[in-house]
Design a protein around this ligand. Structure first.
Ligand code: AMP
Length: 396
């Protein structure tokens, strides 16, 4: 398989799928350019190796046609500034203008294509559309991890037109490296921390991890489905009734496999889903009828910290409580700190999934953990053991 480091880009036009799905305000200013900056190493590598770069991305969720607010033209000048060169812009990602511009490109030049999702064919994974994209270039590079679990034209189908000349960019390469490290050869003890609201979202990943981990820590809204399944009283806490059996199965499987499953023993409870609600703590299986659990309690935090700080590999997905509200953030914050401490002592820690990433950033700990994954859904699916279409399209 080709890699971005080994491939000879000289005189070649590379079409690179990036994730430029950045937040843009009503004045069309980019309010956070992290994703654009993240793509630069790949772009620079190709340019420095004598190639030219055609960038393609989606932005927002347009309704299959042109919408001013989702035009990628709004990022051209910012991108030009970052790369210190004049980025060309094709007003449609396919068609005559894009083709003419592409054919006229010289080594060292960069062009950006208009939003792929202005064509419904992109999300449909349309072959003819993918072929037109492929016709713009000599080589395909996928560097958009966040969409690698989608079989879209630009993320997956287009790769078929480059049987040999296809590869991952640095960003996807990094994501895969870190996730494979955890899936293939984790240092023990390996602890997975799962939180967030919905059990149903996390079941497949927990199932896959049951073959790999030593400890599973459960927190967040998911807790109460487990507590109820094992006979506890959960008051008005979040619960997924149709997941009770599945939760019980996980408890049983963990037992059989000798995995320690840690479910919170105490909770911060409130009479309403409100930061100013009346707050109390109690055992997780004795929540009064009119109260709901919104964070893990002190005893639980102490126990979880112990487990985390003795771990050598840590995967964290999902907050321990309603961390967006200051009175219910203690659990999430403490767990984030424990992960940072373990990392300092030599553990490898991977944080993934929208809300745990938001949490780790909120507590300024992103640079105290080993790796923060950029692709929420894609990361979850990869950790579930599923082959992602965008990854398979390059590897196979
Ligand atoms: P998810 O997207 O499934 O990872 O869920 C993240 C959300 O779960 C966050 O917005 C949290 O506020 C929420 N959450 C965490 N703990 C609880 C809880 N005990 N009750 C209700 N929501 C919670």
């Amino acid at each position: 398989m080709e890699t971005i480091n080994s491939y000879n880009f000289a005189e070649k036009r590379a079409i690179v799928r990036v994730d430029f799905n950045v937040p843009i305000n009503e004045n069309y200013e980019i309010t956070d350019d992290t994703r654009i900056r993240a793509a630069l190493p790949t772009v620079r590598k190709i340019l420095n190796s004598g190639g030219s770069v055609i960038l393609m991305s989606h932005l927002g969720r347009p309704k299959d046609e042109y919408e001013e607010k989702f035009s990628l033209k709004h990022i051209v000048s910012h991108l030009s500034g970052l790369l210190e060169l004049d980025v060309k812009f094709a007003e449609d990602c396919i068609g005559e203008q894009a083709l003419n511009l592409a054919q006229g490109m010289k080594p060292g030049e960069v062009m950006l294509l208009e939003n792929l999702r202005f064509h419904k064919e992109e999300k449909k994974g349309d072959e003819a559309f993918a072929k037109q994209l492929a016709g713009l270039a000599d080589v395909y590079v996928n560097d958009a991890f966040g969409t690698a679990h989608r079989p879209h034209a630009s993320t997956t189908i287009v790769a078929n037109f480059f049987p040999k000349d296809k590869m991952f960019g640095y960003l996807i390469g990094k994501e895969l490296h870190h996730m494979d490290k955890i899936l293939e050869a984790p240092q023990k003890p390996f602890t997975a921390i799962m939180g967030g609201a919905k059990v149903s979202d996390k079941i497949p990943i927990i199932e896959n991890l049951l073959n790999r981990v030593d400890n599973i820590i459960i927190g967040g809204g998911m807790t109460y489905t487990f507590i109820k399944a094992t006979g506890g009283k959960i008051g008005t806490s979040l619960v997924e009734e149709d997941m009770l059996d599945v939760a019980l199965e996980i408890v049983e499987k963990a037992k059989k496999k000798n995995i320690s499953l840690y479910i919170p023993e105490d909770n911060v409870i409130a009479d309403q889903f409100d930061n100013d609600a009346r707050i109390d703590t109690c055992r997780s299986d004795e929540i009064p009828d009119n109260k709901m659990g919104l964070d893990i309690g002190e005893k639980t935090i102490k126990k979880f910290k112990e487990v985390i700080e003795q771990s050598k590999t840590i995967l964290w997905n999902g907050p321990m409580g309603v961390f967006e509200m200051s009175n219910f953030q203690n659990g999430t914050k403490s767990i984030a700190e424990a992960i940072a401490n373990a990392t300092e002592k030599g553990a490898f820690s991977l944080i993934g999934g929208g809300d745990s990433v938001a949490a780790i950033n909120k507590y300024n700990l992103a640079n105290k953990v080993s790796y923060v994954s950029t692709g929420g859904g894609a990361m979850l699916e990869y950790m579930e053991g599923k082959g992602l279409p965008g990854i398979k399209a390059i590897r196979e």
